[in-house]
Design a protein around this ligand. Structure first.
Ligand SMILES: [Zn+2]
Length: 162
């Protein structure tokens, strides 16, 4: 994806207020991110461990979403799969991320959730640049390009529910 600036990121959020978008923790060292290998930028808020954020470029503009995640619970599935990149992880590697809906629905407390890689490093797993704790991803018959395309479509489908 195209490299994003802090300003691009702060103005991209569709499900939080302007004030929240201004205050949220944007990662340091943006210029050093491996943009060429990222299909979206995802990060966790170091000051608020239950919060994470995703920004993806859609139709030429960045779209950001603020997420909350529930830490894996005891007795939770041993392995689970990310609904974006379809990588399987052992416990804790996938978390249920919930996003407040945009606009009035969100202000009324409505949210939607999806299981995602806890570290939001889907792009790196797809490319083999990061390996899940349980070992290599399953072999897919799709090409990397097709897997990237599928991941982006899965993310867009999630954004469409906000
Ligand atoms: Zn993933």
């Amino acid at each position: 994806m195209r490299a994003l600036t802090e300003q691009d990121i702060r103005t991209s959020f569709i499900n939080c207020s302007k004030g929240e978008a201004k205050r949220l923790a944007v990662p340091r060292g943006l210029e050093a991110r491996p943009w060429d290998d990222l299909d979206f930028l995802g990060w966790r808020d170091p000051g608020a461990p239950d919060r994470s954020y995703v920004v993806v470029e859609r139709e030429g503009r960045p779209v950001g979403v603020a997420l909350r995640f529930q830490p894996a619970q005891r007795g939770f599935l041993h392995r689970s799969m990310c609904s974006l990149c379809l990588t399987t992880h052992p416990r804790g590697g996938v978390s249920l991320m919930t996003a407040r809906k945009a606009g009035a629905a969100g202000r009324e407390g409505n949210s939607v959730g999806a299981y995602m890689c806890t570290d939001l490093a889907c792009s790196l797993y797809l490319r083999g640049l990061k390996v899940p704790e349980s070992g290599a991803r399953f072999e897919e018959s799709l090409t990397l390009e097709e897997q990237i395309d599928r991941t982006r479509r899965n993310l867009f489908a999630f954004l469409d529910t906000l």
